[in-house]
Design a protein around this ligand. Structure first.
Ligand SMILES: CCCCCCCCCCCC(=O)SCCNC(=O)CCNC(=O)[C@H](O)C(C)(C)COP(=O)(O)OP(=O)(O)OC[C@H]1O[C@@H](n2cnc3c(N)ncnc32)[C@H](O)[C@@H]1OP(=O)(O)O
Length: 157
């Protein structure tokens, strides 16, 4: 089954977490399973924090891009639109909160299961459970905001 990220327009397909065109990135893939969005990712040995366990920054990164992809898919679904239909929905992260509940073992796949808890205007809130071998090890809450037309054009400072 095609993942949400397979439908990202080329100009937003370079993200380190989810861009299919970023050879150095995680290239995560997210799909619907009923009303949940699901990403499965197998960490590499170099994603270590304490030996045997996954680096928390990787978990945050996976939650981040899992959630922005989920937000876009939720908007398409809410409007009854195909993922390839125009204009495309693009979401960036407004806030990212992670609770690390237990160490996440590095020796197997990680599953992220997202639920859409709010869709309001340009904002979508996604709550994500992170599971390793079926055990909940972290929880994420992301406020994803539809990307403004002028995103990235304002000068810093
Ligand atoms: C096809 C697929 C392509 C997919 C495209 C793939 C892209 C990959 C993305 C990967 C994920 C990332 O790492 S993205 C990179 C990291 N993130 C960023 O760089 C974003 C930097 N921040 C910004 O540009 C801006 O602050 C925005 C866009 C997030 C928000 O600015 P804005 O557009 O002016 O928002 P504004 O009108 O004030 O607010 C709109 C609503 O959002 C809420 N809101 C705004 N900011 C926040 C916030 N930090 N925390 C909570 N809520 C917030 C407001 O209360 C309001 O809610 P209400 O009053 O309406 O209820």
């Amino acid at each position: 089954m095609d993942a949400f990220q397979d439908h990202y327009p080329e100009n937003v397909a370079h993200c380190y977490g989810c861009g299919r065109l970023n050879d150095h990135g995680h290239q995560i893939k997210t799909v619907w399973e009923g009303d949940e969005t699901v990403t499965r990712f197998t960490p590499e040995p170099y994603h270590t924090s304490v030996p045997g366990f996954v680096y928390g920054g990787l978990i945050a990164s996976l939650i981040d891009c899992h959630s922005t992809g989920s937000a876009a898919a939720a908007m398409y679904r809410a409007e009854g639109r195909d993922l390839d239909s125009l204009p495309p929905f693009r979401f960036v992260t407004g806030s990212l909160h992670v609770d690390f509940l237990k160490p996440t073992p590095i020796d197997g796949p990680i599953e992220l299961r997202g639920r859409i808890t709010e869709v309001k205007g340009r904002k979508v809130v996604v709550e994500t459970a992170v599971l390793a071998a079926g055990v909940l090890t972290a929880r994420g809450n992301v406020v994803a905001i539809q990307m403004p037309e002028d995103f990235g054009t304002a000068k810093p400072g």
